[in-house]
Write a protein that binds this ligand. Structure first.
Ligand SMILES: [Zn+2]
Length: 188
């Protein structure tokens, strides 16, 4: 297909292409990622992170890693394929956050680094701006604001119920609530 649109909308199969990056369109927002997921018929409530990884052309591996490592994003040696690895020994909900965090590095930072190796996000994840942005992005991707507020109301502020709905840890729910300035509902 020779037809190239100037739109900044991500095109499946073209994301990560040199052409896109040369035009400075290599950075995706959370809204663009969710829009892309919807266009591809991927569940977004809660988000099917694995289907999104696949739609973006990213390879995925779930393998046992050292306990302190959550996962990584890296470019293959031939420079063609991005790969997300997650620690198979971690709880599936934690793995989901890891995948979302690595997707954030892919969406925002892949032109700056070829490899990202992540340890515990909430303990030391905010130690630099890039990690802080990836955590915020992941929280937003997995728990979009309007849906999050809606579920908190629906579940009367039960952190456990909200976490169960979004398939994330209760800690991730607390951090997301705090970032939205939500008080009450037992979320403080
Ligand atoms: Zn990271």
């Amino acid at each position: 297909m020779a037809f190239i649109r100037k739109s900044a909308k991500p095109q499946v199969g073209k994301i990560g292409s040199p052409a896109l990056e040369a035009r400075g369109e290599d950075k995706l927002t959370v809204a663009q990622m969710l829009e892309l997921a919807r266009r591809e018929g991927i569940d977004t409530s809660p988000l099917d992170v694995h289907a999104l990884v696949s739609a973006l052309g990213i390879k995925f591996l779930c393998v046992p890693m050292d306990d302190e490592v959550s996962g990584s994003l890296s470019l293959s040696e031939n420079g063609r394929n991005w790969l997300i690895r997650v620690n198979a020994l971690h709880h599936p909900n934690r793995q989901r956050f890891t995948v979302a965090h690595e997707l954030a590095h892919f969406a925002r930072h892949r032109s700056q680094q070829l490899k990202f190796v992540d340890q515990n996000f909430f303990r030391n994840g905010d130690s630099n701006a890039m990690e802080a942005e990836a955590n915020r992005f992941a929280g937003e991707l997995l728990m979009p604001e309007s849906l999050f507020r809606d579920r908190v109301k629906l579940f009367s502020g039960s952190i456990e119920a909200v976490a169960q709905y979004f398939k994330v840890s209760t800690l991730a729910v607390r951090v997301r609530a705090k970032s939205l300035g939500m008080k009450g509902h037992g979320l403080e």
